[in-house]
Design a protein around this ligand. Structure first.
Ligand SMILES: CC(C)=CCC/C(C)=C/CC/C(C)=C/COP(=O)(O)OP(=O)(O)O
Ligand SMILES: [Zn+2]
Length: 410
C-alpha cells in the first residue's frame, strides 16, 4: 500500500487509544494514594451485579446470539467463579444444568441452543460451565460416552490433512483441536488417543506461521485466539515439541502494546482486553514447558500439570469462533469515555470507549487471574486477587481437580 501520509483508520484509532491511556495515567498521578487505590480497585460488586443480570434471562434472551447460549453461560459462570461470587438469588445450579441439558444432542455433544446440532465450540462451553458449577449432578448430566463418539467423529483422517472439524460439514481449524482436547481433559477421556486419531501434532505444526504465532488453519495469519487454541491443544495432546516454541514466545511478546499496555491479537492491530487471556496465558503455558532459558527439556512429552490439581488424573492434564458479535470493528475511542472511573455499571470491555460484554468480562478477568498467578505482585489492593484458573481448560483449578477426581472414582 502507498503511504500518503494520511492516518489510516487503524492508526487514528491507535492514536486515540494512546491519548486515552495517557489521560488515565495523568489522572492516576494527579490524585493521592487513597484515590489511586480506589481507581485501581476491581469493582467486584458492580461486576457481580452485571453478571447476575445476564444469567437471570439465560433461557429466554440472546436471540441474536442464538447459537452461543452455552458460551454466554460459560462466560458468566466462569467470571463469577473467578470473582468468588455465588449464583444470583432465585437461580440454582439445577436450573442451569436443565438449560444445558436442553442443548445436549441425542448422540452426544452440545449445540449452540436447545435442539441444535452438536458443535465442538458450544460443547466446550457447556462442559466448562458444568465443571464450573461443580456439583455432582452437573457433572453427571454429561453423556460422556456420547461425547467421546462425537469427538471421534470430528477427528479427520491424517492422510487427508488431519485435525478436528468443529461440526459435521464445518471448518477444520485449531479451535476444533483445542475444544476436543479441553473437553477430553475435563471429562477424563483419552486425549492422546484422540490426538493421534486426528494426526493433531502434524496439523498444529502446519498452523504455525513464519511470524511464530499460529493461524486458524495452515497458511492463515497468526492470531492470538488461534495461537492460544494451538498451543493449549498441543500441550493437552502432549505434542508441544513439534512447535517452534522460542519463535512463538518471541511473537507473543512482540504483540504487547508498548504505550497503552495489554496485548493485540495480531500484527498492526489494536490492543484489546480479551487478548490479556489469549496472549497472556501463553506465557504460563510456555513457562511450564520449560523454555524459560531458550532451551527445551529433552522430555518428549513436555507435560504441563495444574499445580494444585493433585488428583490421580491430573498428570494427564498436560498443557470459536465465539468472539462475541459485539467484539467486531473497534470504534474510535471517545476520549470523554476514557476516564478510569467512567464506567459505572460493571463488566469489562475490549478497550476504553467500548461497552462491556460477557465475553470480554470473562477473558479480561481470566487474563488478570493468569497474571496474578504468575507473580507474587498484585496491582492494586489485595482484594483484587481472583481465584486461580487452569490456563489450559480455563476453568477454576479447584473445580477441574474436583471433576477429574469424580471421573477417576466413576
Ligand atoms: C476456545 C475458543 C473456541 C477460542 C476461540 C479463539 C479466538 C478468540 C479466535 C479468534 C477469533 C477471531 C477471528 C478474531 C479476530 O477478530 P477481529 O478481527 O475482530 O479482531 P482483531 O482486530 O483483534 O484481530
Ligand atoms: Zn476482544
Amino acid at each position: 500500500m502507498i503511504d500518503d501520509g494520511q492516518p489510516t483508520d487503524t492508526s487514528k484509532q491507535q492514536l486515540d487509544l494512546e491519548k486515552c491511556v495517557q489521560d488515565i495515567y495523568s489522572e492516576l498521578l494527579a490524585v493521592d494514594q487513597a484515590e489511586q487505590e480506589a481507581l485501581l480497585t476491581l469493582r467486584r460488586p458492580d461486576h457481580i451485579k452485571y453478571l447476575h443480570g445476564g444469567l437471570q434471562t439465560l433461557s429466554s434472551s440472546y436471540v441474536s446470539l442464538d447459537a452461543s447460549r452455552p458460551w454466554i453461560c460459560y462466560w458468566i459462570l466462569h467470571s463469577l467463579a473467578l470473582l468468588g461470587a455465588p449464583l444470583p438469588s432465585g437461580l440454582t445450579s439445577k436450573d442451569i444444568v436443565a438449560f444445558l441439558q436442553s442443548c445436549q444432542a441425542k448422540g452426544g455433544g452440545y449445540g449452540g441452543g436447545p435442539r441444535q446440532l452438536p458443535h465442538l465450540a458450544p460443547s466446550y462451553a457447556a462442559v466448562a460451565s458444568l465443571v464450573t458449577l461443580g456439583d455432582p449432578a452437573a457433572l453427571a448430566s454429561v453423556d460422556r460416552e456420547g461425547m467421546l463418539t462425537f469427538l471421534e467423529s470430528m477427528a479427520q483422517d491424517p492422510q487427508q490433512g488431519g485435525g478436528f472439524q468443529v461440526c459435521p460439514g464445518g471448518e477444520v481449524d485449531v479451535r476444533g483441536c483445542y475444544t476436543a482436547m479441553a473437553i477430553a481433559c475435563m471429562l477424563g477421556l483419552d486425549k492422546q488417543r484422540l490426538a493421534e486419531r486426528a494426526g493433531m501434532a502434524d496439523f498444529l505444526r502446519r498452523c504455525q506461521t513464519y511470524e511464530g504465532g499460529m493461524g486458524g488453519e495452515p497458511g492463515n495469519e497468526a492470531h492470538g485466539g488461534y495461537t492460544y487454541c494451538g498451543l493449549a491443544a498441543a500441550c493437552l495432546g502432549g505434542c508441544a515439541h513439534v512447535l517452534d516454541l522460542p519463535a512463538l514466545r518471541r511473537w507473543a511478546s512482540s504483540l504487547q502494546g508498548e504505550v497503552e499496555g495489554g496485548f493485540r491479537g495480531r500484527t498492526n492491530k489494536l490492543v484489546d482486553g480479551c487478548y490479556s487471556f489469549w496472549q497472556g496465558s501463553l506465557f504460563p503455558l510456555l513457562h511450564s514447558l520449560s523454555i524459560q532459558h531458550g532451551s527445551l527439556q529433552s522430555d518428549r512429552h513436555l507435560s504441563v500439570t495444574s499445580p494444585d490439581a493433585g488428583q490421580p488424573d491430573s498428570q494427564d492434564c498436560t498443557p470459536g469462533h465465539s468472539h462475541g458479535e459485539e467484539h467486531r470493528g473497534p470504534d474510535t475511542a471517545g476520549s470523554s469515555d476514557c476516564k478510569v472511573h467512567a464506567m459505572e455499571l460493571g463488566g469489562l470491555r475490549d478497550k476504553p470507549g467500548k461497552p462491556p460484554d460477557y465475553y470480554h468480562t470473562c477473558y479480561c478477568l481470566s487474563g488478570l487471574a493468569c497474571a496474578q498467578q504468575a507473580s507474587d505482585w498484585i496491582l492494586g489492593p489485595i482484594s483484587n486477587v481472583l481465584k486461580s484458573t487452569d490456563p489450559l481448560c480455563n476453568v477454576l483449578r479447584e473445580r477441574l481437580a474436583q471433576a477429574q477426581a469424580a471421573h477417576w472414582r466413576a
